[in-house]
Design a protein around this ligand. Structure first.
Ligand code: HH2
Length: 287
């Protein structure tokens, strides 16, 4: 399943957390049938990629044992692959889970550790010629929000990306398949998250597509004074600005709304109602 348009038009990655404890959708899609139904819905709403995750990485979250993560993720990837014509990403830092998901039909590995936590993750990505998201995180989910500090967060994250790109190249990963994600909320203060979104043009110097995942996160809650179930508009503002500044993948829970917002932001950025491949963006989303 190719990822058409990667880096050329804005793609919407729909979040499918098959966990009991994710910070906003935990417990809703733990049954395969419920997860598949949610994937169907997101495809209908205009998702270009479905990101399946079996471990919550919210601040303070405890790691999930390998066997449990496999049990959660693999049947869902298989079920989506069997029914839907959509590229599947697996949100994991465990190489065994990545391998099993790729065997089951996923085409992308979304690794919040930037391929640091599993020594052989880069080998797996290279072997399967998978797309891979390299995300920046300070520390681990358990300790990342304990007094994070940066002198210049954009420079630090950019330096991390450069080092990772060199490492991946040395491991035989095709850099054309790598996406960069500054990791909104992963060891970041509110002002760091704002700086990272504003800094998207600087990450584009590295010549790789940029993915941004602000969906319903606490920096939106802090700024607007709103609980997790009331962060849609803040999320839409963040993804719209991110796309206007050059991000080409947004990872969201609310696919329909984000689809409309980013397609509009893209039209404003390009000054045209047509995408670079010449097909109309307007009207692609349902409704
Ligand atoms: N955020 C979360 C999880 N995975 N992957 C990427 N590439 N970028 C992100 O910003 C990102 C991510 C956390 O959000 P969510 O999946 O909604 O929650 P939880 O970790 O509690 O399952």
């Amino acid at each position: 399943m190719p990822l058409d348009g990667l880096g050329k038009v804005p793609l919407v990655m729909g979040i499918l957390n098959v966990t009991p404890d994710s910070f906003s959708d935990g417990g809703r899609y733990t049954r395969v049938s419920a997860a598949l139904e949610r994937a169907r819905e997101m495809v209908e709403e205009g998702a270009d990629i479905i990101d399946v995750g079996g471990e919550s990485t919210r601040p303070g979250a405890q790691p999930v044992p390998l066997e449990e993560e496999l049990r959660r993720v693999v049947p869902v990837v298989e079920a989506i692959r069997a029914e839907l014509d959509v590229p599947i990403s697996v949100d994991t830092y465990k190489s065994e889970v990545a391998r099993a998901a790729l065997d089951a039909g996923a085409v992308m590995v979304n690794d919040i550790s930037g391929l640091r936590f599993s020594p052989d993750m880069a080998d797996v990505v290279a072997e399967y010629q998978a797309h891979v998201v390299v995300m920046h995180m300070k520390g681990t989910p358990r300790d990342m929000q304990k007094n994070p500090y940066y002198d210049d967060v954009v420079e630090e994250v950019k330096g991390f990306f450069s080092e990772r790109l060199e490492f991946l190249q040395s491991m035989g990963v095709d850099l054309e398949r790598v996406l960069l994600d500054p990791g909104i909320g992963f060891g970041k203060r509110v002002e760091d998250n704002l700086a990272l979104i504003r800094g998207i043009p600087r990450f584009l110097d590295l010549d790789r597509p940029v993915l941004i995942g602000p969906s319903r996160k606490s920096f939106i809650g802090d700024i607007l004074g709103l609980p997790v179930e009331e962060r849609l508009e803040g999320t839409l503002a963040a993804v719209s600005v991110a796309v206007f500044l050059g991000a080409t993948v947004v990872r969201v829970h609310d696919v329909l709304a984000a689809r409309r917002a980013v397609d509009m932001a893209w039209a404003l950025k390009m000054g045209s109602r047509f995408n670079v491949q010449g097909s109309a963006l307007v009207g692609r989303a349902k409704g």
